[in-house]
Design a protein around this ligand. Structure first.
Ligand SMILES: O=C(O)CCC(=O)C(=O)O
Ligand SMILES: [Fe+2]
Length: 339
């Protein structure tokens, strides 16, 4: 059975001037293309964030979601400013179910965070802002390393993707990345669990790259190349990384936007406990024109792409990131504003 590979980030240091000629970077870029490229998901270890930061983040998330609904609704999701496409704040589970009585139901509540801007639940959870700012810093620097690794792996100039993600370091540009904290509440014992209800519906993420921190509860599943679902069981000391629709389009399919979902726990102990996760979504600058690059492919990459196009799984096309985000946003607004 296909397994999600583990990649060790300690093989490389900080981004330096001549990074494109550094053997460690070239070697890691090759592994990233082989493994993340083949599957769209990898576990990452030694990624530069200490365990205590991650534990504090989860404690903070739990403290927030444990607040009363009235308190949480003080931070109800809203646009960062009048003409912003970026929505920040709390999104209620029930609200989503009532608003979107589709045949598919999801069981979660969430809070979207943007770097240094927007609302934070300062009054009730004073540490929230500082913890997520520190987490953002580490994620931003890890994201920049990945952008360089992607470029090297596709034999592009090392700064190719970084030059389209200058919003990471330039706060005068519109915010494009966000972090989302998610809470999947315990499943009520009298709930009708008819088919079509999951904790999170099958989807691909629509940015470039997602970092996913999950608690120990499990439930995340990833669709393999032959259409089977496998468990992405939490492994201590690692996070998951997956590539999104925009990178699939940009990299001409070398990096696929793999479908994933969070299933309802089948074991009662897990059913009655909450599940928490934290995701960081990386996007390019909002004015980036994402056009499919002409990349030389290996035979096995051609084979994989051929199979996925036969299954009509891919999202290949030619779009501007903003058009694409707006269109996905409009589409998902009716569901749960997910990336
Ligand atoms: O909660 C999880 O583990 C997955 C979250 C996710 O896939 C998403 O928010 O896009
Ligand atoms: Fe996702």
């Amino acid at each position: 059975m296909q397994e999600i590979p583990i990649i060790d980030m300690s093989e490389i240091g900080e981004i330096e001037d001549d990074v494109g000629n550094n053997v460690n970077w070239i070697s890691l870029a090759g592994k990233i293309r082989e493994h993340l490229g083949n599957f769209g998901f990898i576990y990452l270890k030694n990624f530069g964030m200490n365990v205590s930061m991650i534990n504090s983040a989860f404690t903070t998330v739990k403290t927030f979601f444990d607040l009363t609904l009235d308190d949480k609704l003080k931070y109800k999701k809203q646009p960062l400013d009048e003409d912003s496409n970026a929505w920040c704040g709390y999104s209620e589970a029930v609200d989503e179910l009532l608003l979107h009585p589709s045949p598919f139901k999801e069981l979660l509540e969430s809070y979207d965070i943007f770097y240094g801007v927007g609302t934070y639940p300062d009054e009730e959870v004073p540490d929230f802002k500082s913890i997520f700012s520190s987490m953002y810093d580490v994620c931003n620097s890890l994201a920049k390393k990945f952008l360089v690794l992607f470029a090297i792996s596709l034999t592009l100039e090392p700064n190719f993707f970084l030059n389209h993600c200058t919003h990471i370091d330039d706060s005068s540009l519109p915010r494009a990345c966000n972090m989302r904290v998610l809470h999947y509440p315990p499943i009520p014992c009298d709930m009708d669990l008819s088919p079509g209800i999951e904790r999170l519906e099958e989807h691909s993420d629509y940015g470039l790259l997602t970092f996913l921190f999950q608690d120990t509860n499990g439930g995340l599943e990833v669709k393999t190349n032959n259409g089977k679902w496998i468990k992405a069981t939490p492994i201590p000391g690692t996070i998951l990384i997956n590539t999104g629709d925009l990178l699939e389009i940009w990299s001409s399919g070398i990096y696929p936007a793999t479908k994933h979902r969070v299933v309802l726990p089948r074991i009662s102990l897990q059913k009655y406990s909450s599940r928490y996760s934290i995701a960081y979504f990386l996007m390019p600058n909002v004015d980036t024109k994402v056009e499919t690059l002409n990349v030389m492919k290996t035979e096995s990459e051609e084979e994989r792409l051929e199979k996925s196009s036969r299954r009509k799984d891919g999202v290949m096309g030619k779009v501007s990131e903003l058009d694409y985000v707006l269109c996905k946003f409009a589409e998902s607004f009716g569901r749960n504003h997910r990336n």
